[in-house]
Design a protein around this ligand. Structure first.
Ligand SMILES: Cc1cc2nc3c(=O)[nH]c(=O)nc-3n(C[C@H](O)[C@H](O)[C@H](O)COP(=O)(O)O)c2cc1C
Length: 370
């Protein structure tokens, strides 16, 4: 039972628009690469349900908006009827346990290769600048990227429409809302950042132009499903997959202020201290100016433990705190935070393996639930 002890502000309830959250601990979006043939699998029912609490917010792994959106093996989609039907039992199970479930919809853009693309075509992006090969997270394999094809301006409405349809599908699957993936160097982030976006048309150059595609996506999705069901994830300060900006603070402030026009439910920002998905560095930047400038709810993520999550809420740096790796390894994270109990260690080597159980649903609970 959640207490309101000042020592544990993460356990205080919060009203996220129309959703009554019973605490502030959010499941961060995490790709798990266990959706064979891009179809969510029955084993995801257990994975998400294990991490559900009554009145807790969960965000899915990145879910592709179209057949050009993929860049990793076994990641789920939400562009076909089959995907929608496959998500339904997962969403229903989370709802049965009282969870609030948002679907993170995304498109990798140039972080892909022709092997993932329909008819072996080149990936699409705002640019035709390619990516150097990168060492994969297992530290052994090398990810190879095919140089992207720069989208023509007249093609961009079709990609915006893919996001709109994916959001509609997510609602049809039963999700409470969607989060647009605007972080980690993927398509939306590629448009935002001046070191990738080299366009000279109305989608490149000035801040206004670089934000045009992301805001068109926001508007299209908000018009489709309602702004009160829409969040966006942003990571202005990092340089994931060679995607960085020369003035991230200015970009971040500009985009959050622009988002205010659309009255979306939340903005979810990853801490500037997160150099990559997982690497935490000392950093002078703070998200406070963006938190203050944004009118909706503010979620932060990136390197939080119980103590600094509590501090972030106590200091009003955020309304909610999203946990990635600790939640991956501790399905009963909330309970452990309540009791200040020790946490299971996470096993990086099984983050992205395709096994339906190992490293997925076999992390132990604190105690056998009755
Ligand atoms: C296995 C794994 C997969 C991830 N996949 C995604 C993803 O699909 N979408 C996303 O926005 N972030 C993704 N992230 C980033 C997390 O949401 C989070 O921002 C990051 O892990 C830092 O938070 P933490 O320190 O609490 O783990 C992933 C992280 C991990 C560890």
């Amino acid at each position: 039972m959640a207490s309101e002890a000042p020592a544990n502000p993460l356990l205080k309830p919060y009203k996220l628009g129309k959703f009554n959250l019973s605490h502030r601990v959010v499941l961060a979006p995490m790709t798990r690469q266990r959706s064979y043939n891009n179809v969510p699998q029955p084993h995801a029912i257990l994975y998400y349900t294990q991490r559900t609490t009554k009145g807790g917010l969960l965000i899915t792994e990145t879910t592709g908006v179209s057949d050009t959106a993929q860049g990793y093996d076994y990641t789920p989609g939400i562009w076909t009827k089959e995907h929608v039907e496959a998500w339904k039992p997962i969403v229903n199970s989370v709802h049965d346990e009282g969870g609030i479930f948002f679907c993170q919809i995304g498109h990798v853009g140039r972080v892909s290769n022709s092997g993932f693309q329909p008819n072996g075509q080149a990936p699409i992006s705002c640019t035709d600048k390619g990516l150097a090969p990168h060492i994969k997270s297992n530290g052994i394999d090398v990810a190879q990227y095919t140089p992207p094809r720069k989208l023509r301006a007249d093609e961009i409405p079709r990609i915006v429409n893919d996001f709109r349809l994916a959001a509609r599908n997510a609602i049809e699957a039963g999700f409470d809302g969607v989060e647009i993936h605007g972080a980690h160097g993927y398509l939306v982030d590629q448009f935002l950042k001046d070191q990738v976006n080299d366009r000279t048309d109305e989608y490149g150059g000035s801040l206004e132009n670089r934000c045009r595609f992301p805001l068109e996506v926001v508007k299209a999705v908000a018009d489709e499903i309602g702004a009160e069901r829409l969040g966006i994830r942003l990571l202005p300060f990092a340089d994931n997959v060679e995607c960085w900006d020369s003035n991230p603070k200015e970009l971040a402030l500009y985009i959050v202020k622009s988002l205010n026009k659309y009255n979306i439910l939340y903005c979810h920002m990853v801490e500037p201290r997160m150099k990559t998905h997982w690497e935490k560095v000392e950093c002078l930047h703070s998200l406070d100016p963006m938190r203050k400038a944004f009118n909706g709810s503010f979620i932060i993520a990136g390197g939080f433990d119980r103590e600094d999550g509590n501090n972030a809420v106590a200091e009003d740096s955020a309304d909610l705190v999203a946990y990635g790796r600790w939640f991956l390894a501790n399905p009963d994270l909330l309970k452990r935070f309540e009791l200040d109990a020790p946490l299971n260690k996470y096993h990086r080597e099984t983050f992205y393996t395709s096994d339906p159980i190992v490293g997925y649903t076999d992390y132990p609970f604190l105690e056998v639930s009755s």
